[in-house]
Each structure stands twice: as structure tokens, then as C-alpha cells.
Design a protein around this ligand. Structure first.
Ligand code: SF4
Length: 273
């Protein structure tokens, strides 16, 4: 580990440990129900949007679901590109990050660079227990012994709270990232979180994402220039090795785990997530 990848867990949090900002004020609404008619409508919209640009998909999502539309971002290249698009289309959208306490400092810094460039203040949502409290409770770092539980406690639980009262969420997943993500629709029902899930970049390639970053000088995580094509928490992320073509090869390396559970269509590791 180089100096530039010093663990964020030992550093102050980006928001100084303050409570996360609240979502925009809006009247409470009933949760959506995935009736057959509603699911059919989503499938129809998804098919229609297959040939749409990401900007058109985001505009549709905002028109259809705001102010009950949100987005989770880990500040990956795709998330940063969507944030750059949101800045032009719907800058008021509530965007949050699952701030596990184990993120790289470069990731936390990127949150502030995005805010400076686009005026979008991504909310940093933290688990109930701090990293020291959590590790004390489990007699050590759980990411070493049970990363699925760690992801569940420090990401999934927080996400579930964050999306209460929302109808839809956007993600930056691309179909060419993994076999599981290859099946992602543009618009679909996310049964795990009981939300409509919209993936504006599902049809984009990695090259298209990076072209947009280069063309528009979108801020991105400097770790991508240091051999980390995919960046998650520092204990569970390593640089990819020469010859490794899977851009997520450095995530949970050496384990069967490939996803934190946010974007899986199937359950992993018997986690029940
Ligand atoms: S990625 Fe690793 S450190 Fe982060 S929540 Fe999951 S197991 Fe814990």
C-alpha cells in the first residue's frame, strides 16, 4: 500500500462525522407496489429507452419520479459521469454515498471536487457504529472474516434507510462489467429495495465512459491512474495485476465475493442480502 492509499478508516470523515444531510422536503407518498400492470409498464419503458442516450434516460427518470428519485454513488467513473449529467438535467436530485468508514481518502476528496465543480453535495451516509465501535463489537475487522456481513451492516442497512420514502433510484452499472450486470435492464423493479431501478449507462462501454470524462474534464478518482479500475473500500480493493482483464478483479480478491449486494440480481454467499 502506497502513501497515497493510506486507509481512510483512520482519517476524519469527509463530513466531519456530522449527521448526514436530509433529503429534500417533500410530501410523503405510498411506496410503489409491483403489480403486474406496473411491471409491464416498466418493461415497456425499458425497451423504449434502449436506444435513448443516458441524458434522455436521466431526463425521463427525473420527469417520471422526482422528487422521489435518488441515486447512490461510490464515485466510480460511471457515477461521476452521471453526476456531471445530473448537474445539467436535475441538479436537485438527492445523491448519497454509503460512507462505510473504510473508503480511500481519494474517494472522500472526490466528493468535494464534485461539489466544487457541479454544486452537487453528495450526502455521506454513515452506519450507526463508527469503525472502531464496529471492530470492537466483532473483536476485529469483520471484512477479514465475514465481508458479506460487513457489507450488509455498513452498506445495505444504510441504503435501506436512505431509500425510505423514495420511488426510484439510479445506478451507474454497465452491462459489460460482469455476467450478473449483463442482465440489467435500463428500467426495472428492484425487489431487494422495493424501488424502480434505472441504469442510464447500462448500454455504455468503459471506453464511452472514459471518453466523456476526458472530453468534459469530469473529476474522477486518481486511483484509477494507479492500477485500480474499480475502487471500493480500501481493505477489499487491490490494484489489478498485469494480464487481468476483469476490471473488478481487484475487488474482494481471493474470495468468491464479487459484489457488495447492492446490484446483484441474485443473492451471494448465502448472505440473505
Ligand atoms: S467492501 Fe469490505 S470494508 Fe467495505 S463494507 Fe464491504 S466488507 Fe466491509
Amino acid at each position: 500500500m502506497t502513501l497515497s492509499t493510506i486507509p481512510a478508516a483512520r482519517r476524519p470523515l469527509a463530513n466531519g462525522g456530522q449527521p448526514p444531510p436530509k433529503a429534500v422536503d417533500r410530501p410523503a407518498v405510498e411506496p410503489l407496489e409491483p403489480t403486474p400492470a406496473f411491471l409491464a409498464e416498466l418493461a415497456e419503458q425499458s425497451t423504449r429507452l434502449e436506444s435513448a442516450t443516458p441524458e434522455e434516460i436521466i431526463a425521463w427518470a427525473s420527469e417520471r419520479y422526482a422528487p422521489y428519485l435518488t441515486m447512490a454513488t461510490a464515485f466510480g467513473p460511471e457515477g461521476c459521469v452521471i453526476l456531471s449529467m445530473l448537474a445539467k438535467i436535475a441538479p436537485e436530485t438527492y445523491v448519497f454515498n454509503l460512507d462505510t468508514g473504510y473508503q480511500f481518502q481519494q474517494t472522500l476528496d472526490l466528493r468535494n471536487r464534485i461539489a466544487e465543480k457541479y454544486g452537487i453535495e453528495v450526502a455521506m451516509l454513515q452506519p450507526e457504529l463508527t469503525v472502531p465501535e464496529y471492530e470492537a463489537l466483532h473483536h476485529g475487522p469483520l471484512y477479514k472474516t465475514n465481508p458479506t456481513q460487513c457489507c450488509f451492516d455498513r452498506k445495505i442497512r444504510v441504503l435501506r434507510q436512505a431509500v425510505v420514502g423514495q420511488h426510484a433510484w439510479m445506478s451507474g452499472i454497465r452491462r459489460d462489467q460482469s455476467a450478473d450486470r449483463a442482465r440489467a435492464p435500463i428500467v426495472g423493479w428492484d425487489e431487494k429495495f422495493r424501488l424502480v431501478k434505472i441504469s442510464p449507462l447500462a448500454n455504455w462501454t468503459k471506453q464511452e465512459v472514459w471518453k466523456r470524462i476526458t472530453d468534459e474534464a469530469v473529476p474522477y478518482n486518481p486511483l484509477h491512474d494507479q492500477g485500480y479500475p474499480s475502487v471500493g473500500c480500501w481493505p477489499c480493493t487491490r490494484a489489478v495485476l498485469e494480464g487481468e482483464t476483469d476490471e473488478r478483479a481487484g475487488r474482494w480478491s481471493g474470495t468468491a465475493k464479487t459484489e457488495c449486494g447492492l446490484h446483484t440480481l441474485t443473492e451471494q454467499d448465502g448472505s440473505g442480502i
